[in-house]
Structures are given as structure tokens and as C-alpha cells.
Design a protein around this ligand. Structure first.
Ligand SMILES: *[C@@H]1O[C@H](CO)[C@@H](O)[C@H](O)[C@H]1NC(C)=O
Ligand SMILES: *[C@@H]1O[C@H](CO)[C@@H](O)[C@H](O)[C@H]1NC(C)=O
Length: 333
């Protein structure tokens, strides 16, 4: 008995010391459709108390959300402009969220990450349980893993990666509490993500962050993410990277590679900026308002981009080249 206890303690210590434990919160969203499929809406860069057509985008999200019988909504950050929330009693929460996304079809869980504008306010307010008590749909964390049937979503806090916010903050103040020391925060986040992805047995691996990795939008490529995050996504054969930050709708991708989807058209858009990008990769660039939907099945994921009137701007299907599927098929032939 004593020997066993010593061995157990030794084992636990080993796990700590070789860092094989991840500190990322994991949660599960139950699958309700009998075929196991999932329908999701993605919106970003939205919280302007209804202004800049936020309300019109919300209205169309409601209509499309009903047609698709969505399971949940993903927000890719910049939830509250210009400077996040002041505290958990900030009326902007109701004015930009609860009283805007009122359509019955949008009364689903919202999973959110933080954008740079959110970091200009009080971050702990957006993460606080008090908001969830006001509106049960609200769920926001820095980084977390969401499992839903055949999909694992890796939500990543991309803000601390961006050098500019530390070296040249342009009169803005960022709430870096619980982030510093920065190097340690980033290395532990990357380590945990890699670990969770390696552990994952999900059919699909999607990554959600605020900043773009591949984008022809105004902000351009986030080089820090290309250098530090992208290699982990490639190594772990992630299917999609979804972001906001650029106020546009965009699809960049090549066959057999990670697809890069931007859904940052939740309110203020129309910036008239497009940076050069290989036209063979750039499948959609629309600098107006709108949002995106994802339809996920075992064999494919289909993504559709909608403008402010609900018109489909672009759609694309990514097939799953599954090894197990192939070998099962071979068994029967
Ligand atoms: C809002 O959308 C309409 C199209 O429905 C467009 O004409 C108008 O310019 C948009 N307003 C803003 C502030 O983007
Ligand atoms: C940030 O928000 C939390 C939760 O509302 C609050 O307890 C805290 O005092 C706020 N911090 C500042 C600096 O206002």
C-alpha cells in the first residue's frame, strides 16, 4: 500500500516535471442532431451598440441561424468597442450583445475569444461569471478547448503574441494582468495547445483566434503567429483557422492545406483596403459587413459567407480524407 502511494506520487511528479499536463480548460458542447452534424455561425468585430449596421448583421444571423437550426455561435473577438468593458456592470454588455442578438435562433451558447479592443478594457470583466448570470449565452475565455462530437475547437488568445501592443501601444493601454511575464504565458500556451492537439482523436480540428495568420486585409499577416503558432497547426494537421481582426469576409486556402477563414464583418467595415495576395489562394475577399456559417459532417465541412442582406457571397466545401474511413471501405469491397 505504502509502495503504491510512493509510486503514485512519483508518477504525478513526473507528469508535472516533463510538462505533460495541459492547463487549458476543456468543455463539451453536446451534439443534438441525430446524424451528429453541427451547424455554427461565426461573427467577429461587432460590439457597437447596434451601430455601423451591427443590428442588420444580427438580424440576418437570426434568419440564417433559424434556417440552419444552429447549435452555437462563435465570436472571434473585438466583442466591445472601442475599449472593451469597464467592468462586469458596464451597460455596453446589454447594449451591444443581449439587446442586439435577440432572434430566437440566436438564443444559443456563444463561445468567444478576446480581441485587441477587448484588451484595452477590463479583461477580467469579460471573463467573469457575472456576465453569464446576466445572459446565460455568454462564455468567454482567453484560451480553451471545446469538444463537440466529431470536432475539437481550439480557442487561442492571440493578443499577447503581437509585439506592437507591447513596444508601440499608440496611446492605448492594454490590460495585461494575468498575462505577464509575456514569454512564459506564450510558451506555456503553445505547449498546452500542442499537447491538446496531439491528444485529440477528433475527426476535425479547428482553431479560433482573433488575429489573422493569412489575410489580405488592412492589418495584414500577423508575423508572430506565422512564426510561432502556424508550425503547431501544421504539425497537428489542423483543418481550419478562423479569425476576425480584419473587418472583412475572406477565404484563403489551397487544396490539402489549412484553410484560413476571416469573419470580421460584424459591424464597422468597408475599409476599401486589400493587400496583394496570390489569386489562386484568395477564394473570397469582401470588405463589407456579414458573417459566416459552418456545416460539419463526418465527411466534409461546408462554409458559407453571407452579406448584410443574407445573400451568399461565397461557399466552399472541404472534404475529410479520413484514413479510417478508407480502410473501413476497403474491408467491405
Ligand atoms: C449599412 O448597410 C447598408 C446596406 O444595407 C449600406 O448602404 C450602408 O452604407 C451601411 N452603413 C454602414 C455605416 O456601414
Ligand atoms: C474589472 O472588472 C472587475 C469585475 O467587474 C472588477 O472587480 C474590477 O474592479 C475591475 N477593475 C478595474 C481596474 O476597474
Amino acid at each position: 500500500m505504502k509502495k503504491f502511494r510512493v509510486r503514485l506520487i512519483f508518477l504525478i511528479l513526473c507528469m508535472f516535471f516533463n510538462g505533460s499536463l495541459s492547463k487549458l480548460e476543456r468543455l463539451e458542447h453536446p451534439v443534438t442532431k441525430s446524424d451528429g452534424s453541427l451547424n455554427i455561425l461565426v461573427v467577429g468585430d461587432w460590439g457597437r451598440q447596434g451601430g455601423f449596421n451591427q443590428s442588420l448583421v444580427a438580424h440576418q444571423m437570426g434568419i440564417v441561424g433559424k434556417q440552419l437550426d444552429i447549435d452555437f455561435v462563435i465570436s472571434v473577438g473585438d466583442n466591445f468597442y472601442d475599449d472593451g468593458l469597464k467592468g462586469d456592470t458596464d451597460p455596453a454588455f446589454e447594449a451591444s450583445f443581449s439587446r442586439i442578438y435577440t432572434h430566437p435562433s440566436l438564443q444559443k451558447q456563444w463561445y468567444s475569444v478576446l480581441g485587441n479592443h477587448d484588451y484595452r478594457g477590463n479583461v477580467s470583466a469579460q471573463l467573469s461569471h457575472a456576465l453569464t448570470q446576466k445572459d446565460w449565452r455568454w462564455f468567454c475565455r482567453r484560451s480553451f478547448v471545446l469538444c463537440s462530437g466529431m470536432v475539437e475547437f481550439f480557442f487561442v488568445d492571440t493578443n499577447p503574441f503581437v509585439d506592437e501592443y507591447f513596444t508601440d501601444p499608440e496611446d492605448h493601454t492594454y490590460d495585461w494582468s494575468n498575462v505577464l511575464p509575456r514569454d512564459k504565458y506564450i510558451s506555456s500556451l503553445l505547449h498546452d495547445l500542442d499537447l491538446e492537439m496531439k491528444k485529440s482523436r477528433a475527426t476535425w480540428k479547428f482553431v479560433v483566434g482573433h488575429h489573422g495568420i493569412k489575410t489580405a486585409g488592412q492589418h495584414g499577416v500577423t508575423q508572430e503567429l506565422v512564426d510561432q503558432l502556424l508550425p503547431i497547426l501544421e504539425e497537428n494537421k489542423v483543418d481550419l483557422y478562423i479569425n476576425g481582426h480584419d473587418h472583412c469576409l475572406q477565404h484563403i486556402g489551397s487544396d490539402g492545406e489549412i484553410q484560413f477563414l476571416t469573419s470580421g464583418g460584424g459591424s464597422k467595415a468597408w475599409r476599401g483596403v486589400i493587400l496583394p495576395w496570390d489569386p489562386k489562394e484568395l477564394k473570397l475577399y469582401y470588405d463589407g459587413q456579414g458573417f459566416m456559417s459552418l456545416h460539419i459532417t463526418h465527411s466534409q465541412v461546408k462554409f458559407i459567407y453571407y452579406d448584410i442582406s443574407g445573400n451568399v457571397l461565397h461557399q466552399s466545401t472541404l472534404p475529410k480524407k479520413s484514413k479510417t474511413f478508407g480502410s473501413i471501405k476497403r474491408l467491405f469491397i
